[in-house]
Design a protein around this ligand. Structure first.
Ligand code: NAD
Length: 420
């Protein structure tokens, strides 16, 4: 792995590399655009205290990084994970504003989280901690300023706790302050499956271009949470055999294709995919290196490093997670002729439907699931085509093309607003 540099330093390095052909410093001398685009607007660290069920007090660090709002109010998920730190949240917030620009929605980018082993807390502790976080966040978020959403280990339940807390503080039902809510509290149809389904919408466009027929093709999925499980279900719906799946516990493999709805039910019941009948238990690496057409890393950052990139057998890697492929690994994949569909495009379905949820909350008028998913697909397909066209015209990678498009959009907005 490209060690010695933090996640954000590496994310920034990659950004500068992708921004170089745009010659921003030459075209707009003296405006410090590159520095502006790589410096967060605001980084907040909160101290959270939680009274545990046994009466003792635990102290946690929580974060919200509002990176850039040139295109609109900040938007980005909340991650509850022991490895959360300011650097990671900064990198995720940075990618977030590029992602909203790629799919052309009127939002900027932010991210937040708590450094906590959330899964080990009792249900009552989870609720107290989430509501505590909502209280300290209250001054920094709002439907016209910054709207959180789910990320790793957070979902509809946490979003509902948060919107309820803000209602108690302000007396107002500001539903649009958070997206990814339960449907009866103003959530959007289709939000739950949006990211995973969107990954497959983009994958299907890329496969069409490469002449790969989805019917009968094979796939491996790393991570079986919100993104991975819905991507796997959508793949199966489109006739793809999902031969390998992993989660934190390990991997399972079946060359004839796994029964994904049954695997989901099994993982819900037992807490992991491991031990699923009619499948062989395999290592994490075996899933990432499975012989198949499509690999979807949908767990966490840095899952595919340079060593692993040399062993991957898939024909295409579609990034469901944020930042799962290191910069060097990405280059190796491209050198090996393996197409890499970048995260800021591939997993943008979630934020796209979050945008639709926000729109529906403003109007208090709700769309059907079919409408939501079809509008999401339109946006993702349009973004894919713009990026792919640019990549072909200039003989550059999809990742390079996606970054160029996003940077150009944000730069134009920044210039229109006045860069001071
Ligand atoms: P989640 O918590 O629902 O699921 C994460 C999954 O990854 C779990 O199954 C976990 O067991 C698994 N996992 C963790 N470490 C692993 C490892 N080393 N090997 C294999 N599996 C491992 O989270 P999620 O919401 O599905 O998010 C996954 C990724 O997608 C994250 O990078 C997140 O930032 C990104 N993402 C999520 C959304 C969204 O709408 N939820 C949107 C865009 C991007």
């Amino acid at each position: 792995m490209e060690t010695g540099f933090s996640l954000f330093e590496r994310a920034k390095g990659l950004f500068l590399q992708y921004a170089a052909p745009l010659r921003l410093e030459e075209r707009y001398p003296g405006l410090a655009l590159l520095e502006r685009l790589t410096t967060p607007d605001k980084s907040i660290i909160y101290r959270l205290t939680l009274q545990r069920d046994d009466g003792t007090i635990a102290v946690y660090s929580a974060y919200r990084v509002q990176f850039n709002d040139d295109l609109g109010p900040y938007k980005g998920g909340l991650r509850f994970h022991p490895k959360v730190n300011l650097d990671e949240i900064t990198a995720l917030a940075f990618w977030m504003y590029l992602k909203t620009a790629v799919v052309n929605i009127p939002f900027g980018g932010a991210k937040g989280g708590i450094a906590v082993d959330y899964k080990s807390l009792s249900l009552a502790e989870k609720e107290r901690l989430t509501k505590k976080f909502a209280i300290v966040l209250a001054r920094d978020v709002g439907p016209n300023t910054d709207m959180p959403a789910p990320d790793v280990n957070t979902g509809e339940r946490e979003m509902a706790w948060m919107v309820h807390t803000w209602r108690m503080i302000s007396g107002e039902y500001a539903r649009g302050t958070v997206t990814g809510k339960p449907i009866d509290l103003g959530g959007s149809q289709g939000r739950r499956e949006a990211t995973g389904t969107g990954v497959v919408v983009v994958l299907a466009e890329a496969a069409k271009e490469m002449g790969i027929d989805l019917e009968g093709a094979t796939a491996a999925v790393q991570g079986f949470g919100n993104v991975g499980s819905h991507a796997a279900l959508e793949l199966v719906r489109r006739g793809v055999r999902v031969v390998a799946v992993s989660d934190l516990g390990g991997g399972v493999w079946n060359r004839h294709g796994l029964d994904i709805p049954a695997l989901l039910e099994y993982a819900r019941r037992t807490g992991s995919v491991v031990g699923f009948p009619y499948a062989e238990t395999v290592s994490h690496e075996a899933v990432l290196c499975a012989p198949c057409d499509f690999l979807i890393p949908a767990a966490l950052e840095d899952a595919i490093d340079a060593d692993l990139a040399l062993k991957i057998q898939a024909r295409m890697v579609v990034e469901g997670a944020n930042g799962p492929t290191t910069a060097r690994a990405g280059e190796i994949l491209e050198e090996r002729g393996i197409r890499l569909v970048p995260d800021i495009l591939a997993n943008a379905g979630g934020v796209t439907v979050s945008y639709f949820e926000w729109v529906q909350n403003r109007q208090e008028f709700y769309w059907t699931k079919e409408e939501v998913l079809s509008r999401m697909a339109d946006k993702l397909i349009q973004a894919y085509r713009q990026i792919s066209e640019r990549a072909q015209d200039r003989k550059i990678t999809l990742r390079q093309a996606a970054y160029e498009l996003a940077i150009e959009r944000v730069v134009q907005a920044a210039l229109e607003r006045g860069v001071q």
